[in-house]
Design a protein around this ligand. Structure first.
Ligand SMILES: Cc1ncc(COP(=O)(O)O)c(C=O)c1O
Ligand SMILES: N[C@@H](CCOP(=O)(O)O)C(=O)O
Length: 470
């Protein structure tokens, strides 16, 4: 399988190359020339597979330049009961008939990012080892990608992580989880700005080809196709868990910000998984909801990005949305390049009334928005009615997912983090603290290692040069 760029300016490349490449050289996002198709007979054989068996079958379709035995070992080393808390890896919790939560946050950092990042850590180490190379990862986080990446990469001798986070905007637990790491290969930089400023810097640095090649810069954000592929797996697993046979359909409700998670759902659906609807749930930063309702995509600036109680979704410029729009406009790279030239210039685009937007229903998306008041109400309702304490992002997903329920079609709401990460809002909603996994009681009191910096790509390049060249 070969990979291309959404903007058309990249020679087709194999999986291992695009894994280390991150952003495409033309500033676009990488995706496969076509999506592998999964037929009914294959679904029937996959239904009974364990998580690692299923992950191997799916990932091998995309990572076809890695010898099968090596890939199997990497996958089985990753998806282990002792890492993810159960043999199921992603257990399905039935709240009531037709309404479920797919648990994705039982990994080491208590967020769904571990599902892909634990695999990416092993994959990077393997490919770099084969090539005798090293990689300097530049990442951006609104709270969860950062810690998941750092826990997955800490101590790896051929990888350094430089993680940009929005200064003061993550929850105290998230800050403690990242900034308390003391490993030499982990560097935390708190940027005066919002997540989008951090992501813009990552993309600006990646677009400086000379700098990127010389300093061996890679990425762990969902810019990296391997992240998205590893997330495709749990849509299949969730589908099998929520249905009795492959004639049934399910809908997924996905708390969304950077559009990586729901993009993985889109890929699963394009591969042939019987997904009826993909429900995009946003918080007050409702750029994506506005698009699916109106066809207008209006990314917002720093000043117009709301600081909310689901802070990991405080994103106004959804990186992965570009991959979906590529499919929506019939895989026309010129059209995408034109649209993203306007996005990069701080404008948006409007597809209302176009043939592309007329086809949007074929892709199965629905959307909705959830506010702080909705979040509190949903957390209270889930606790009272189902006896589960959900985090603020999962609450956004549950609230919007419930609005789109249909008779006969299970609604699977993706759990994206554990409540312990967002204690203040849980206390506001329930009047009590959520349970914390053992060993994390005093994490906020640990000494922190972080540098506060201005939101400047040039400054970050200087920082990278100093630390990499040394
Ligand atoms: C807890 C949590 N929920 C939801 C999201 C949104 O996911 P995505 O950015 O893939 O849309 C994020 C961040 O990515 C997150 O950390
Ligand atoms: N919410 C994310 C933002 C980055 O998303 P990614 O999926 O592109 O890595 C975070 O928690 O950092």
């Amino acid at each position: 399988m070969k990979y291309i760029s959404t903007r058309g300016g990249m020679a087709p490349a194999p999986f291992s190359d695009i894994l280390l490449m991150g952003l495409a050289p033309d500033g676009g996002l990488v995706l496969p020339e076509s999506y592998p198709q999964v037929d009914r007979a294959t679904l029937d054989t996959w239904r009974a597979l364990s998580y690692p068996e299923l992950a191997f079958e799916i990932i091998r379709l995309f990572a076809d330049d890695i010898p099968a035995d090596d890939l199997r070992r990497l996958v089985f080393d990753t998806y282990r009961e002792d890492v993810f808390g159960s043999a199921d890896i992603t257990p399905l919790k039935v709240l009531e008939p037709g309404l479920c939560i797919l648990e994705l946050s039982n990994g080491p950092t208590l967020a769904f990012k571990d599902m892909a990042m634990q695999f990416l850590g092993n994959l990077f180490e393997y490919v770099l080892g084969q090539r005798g190379e090293s990689l300097n990862i530049l990442g951006a986080t609104s709270g969860d990608t950062g810690s998941a990446a750092e826990y997955a990469m800490r101590g790896k001798h051929n990888i350094r992580v430089f993680m940009l986070s929005p200064y003061g905007l993550m929850s105290p637990f998230q800050q403690a989880q990242m900034y308390s790491l003391q490993d030499d290969n982990i560097h935390n930089l708190a940027v005066r700005g919002v997540f989008d400023d951090c992501q813009d810097i990552v993309k600006a640095v990646s677009r400086d080809h000379v700098f990127k090649a010389r300093r061996k810069i890679g990425t762990v954000n969902s810019i990296n196709w391997a992240r998205v592929v590893a997330q495709v797996v749990y849509y299949f697993k969730g589908y099998f868990a929520a249905t009795a046979g492959n004639d049934e359909q399910v809908s997924f409700s996905v708390p969304s910000g950077n559009f990586g998670n729901v993009c993985a759902g889109h890929i699963a659906r394009m591969m042939g998984l019987p997904i009826r609807h993909l429900v995009v749930a946003t918080n007050e930063n409702d750029v994506l909801d506005e698009f699916f309702r109106t066809g207008r995509y209006r990314p917002r600036g720093t000043a117009d990005t709301h600081i909310t109680s689901s802070p990991s979704m405080d994103i106004s410029k959804a990186s992965n949305f570009e991959r979906f729009v590529f499919d929506l406009v019939g895989r026309d790279p010129k059209a995408v390049a034109g649209m993203w030239a306007r996005v990069d210039a701080g404008e948006g685009f409007d597809l209302a009334g176009t043939p592309a937007f007329a086809r949007i229903a074929d892709f199965g998306f629905q959307s909705g928005k959830s506010t702080h008041a909705d979040r509190l109400e949903t957390i209270r309702r889930a606790d009272a009615r189902y006896g589960v304490v959900i985090d603020t992002h999962t609450a956004d997903g549950l609230k919007v997912g419930e609005e789109w329920r249909e008779d006969g079609v299970p609604m699977v709401c993706l759990e994206t983090a554990q409540a312990a990460k967002f204690e203040d809002t849980i206390v506001e909603a329930l009047g009590r603290k959520p349970a914390r996994p053992a060993g994390l009681d005093n994490i906020e009191a640990l000494p922190k290692r972080v540098e506060v910096v201005d939101a400047s790509a040039e400054l970050i390049k200087r920082y990278l040069s100093e630390h990499i060249d040394a």
